[in-house]
Design a protein around this ligand. Structure first.
Ligand SMILES: [Zn+2]
Length: 292
């Protein structure tokens, strides 16, 4: 799955990208994160990026493209990726097209997040991220969880919430203006390529997650549902046959054979297990990278 999430600052695409990445075991690639890492390292590029970001301006295309090219060359990207905050203008979009063609990895979809601007301003003012693990929260719409599960995977202590320098009211209006001018044209760019899907990104976070999943589902949802139903049935058959085999009634051997063959028909279970293991290892890998 290779997708781009398109939306104004505050549209919630960062939160949704995070969820999508976890669910699919593929990395979320945010130019914001790549830039902030460069700023934290204090490189010349990082310092230039810092000045631009604090003024609410866009960072130089060549700098961003270089970072993206490097990131898309890393091994965890082979199974797919979610681009969040890139491309931001037509020059970047065209360059991304060329880069992905070069890599033989064209985009599968571009999802546009629609939210009205009053709601965007409100959401941005509530946005916080953890200084230790980089997770994004919103004190208004998606506060950090409480209780035992609330600990930061980076430190084991509660998340350390900070507000980004460019999330203050003075720069938000400028960022929205820049988005309308530079990024909105991408909607037509991707529509013309048959890649665009638009979702209503207002309202509750879980509802938006569902809308996003529907937008990314294959074109024939009825067929997919039939496949799922079939897999569930054969899994149920395997279970009941295995139970019967365990109880050692007469005919046990035949029942056990049936159980074995029914189990073979459920590759979904093996695939799920494999996927969960892959996600665990990728997630811990992602943590190592972001901590740097
Ligand atoms: Zn944290």
């Amino acid at each position: 799955m290779r997708i781009v999430l398109l939306g104004a600052p505050g549209s919630g695409k960062g939160t949704q990208a995070q969820r999508l990445a976890e669910r699919n075991g593929i990395p979320q690639i945010s130019t914001g994160d790549l830039l902030r890492a460069a700023v934290a390292r204090g490189t010349a590029l990082g310092l230039a990026a810092k000045a631009a970001m604090e003024g609410g301006r866009l960072v130089d295309d060549a700098l961003v493209l270089g970072m993206i090219r490097e990131r898309l060359g890393e091994p965890d990207v082979r199974a797919g990726f979610i681009l969040d905050g890139f491309p931001r203008n037509l020059i970047q979009a065209a360059a991304l097209d060329g880069l992905l063609a070069e890599l033989g990895q064209p985009l599968d979809a571009v999802v546009q997040f629609e939210v009205d601007s009053a709601e965007l301003v409100r959401r941005i003012s509530g946005r916080r991220s953890c200084a230790d693990c980089g997770r994004v929260f919103n004190v208004l719409t998606s506060p950090p969880p409480t209780g035992a599960a609330a600990m930061c995977p980076g430190t084991g202590a509660p998340h350390r919430l900070i507000q980004r320098a460019d999330d203050n009211e003075a720069t938000v209006a400028e960022r929205l203006r820049v988005y309308d001018e530079k990024t909105r044209p991408l909607i037509d760019f991707y529509r013309a390529r048959g890649l665009l899907r638009t979702i209503d990104a207002a309202g509750e976070v879980n509802a938006v997650t569902q809308r996003l999943a529907r937008a990314l589902a294959p074109a024939a949802p009825a067929a997919a549902a039939r496949v799922r139903k079939g897999a569930a049935k054969s899994a149920a058959r395997a279970k009941s046959a295995a139970r019967a085999a365990k109880s050692r009634r007469p005919g046990t051997r035949a029942t056990a054979r049936r159980a074995k063959s029914a189990r073979k028909k459920t590759p979904a279970r093996a695939a799920r297990k494999k996927h969960a293991a892959a996600m665990r290892s990728r997630r811990s890998g992602a943590r190592r990278r972001t901590r740097r």
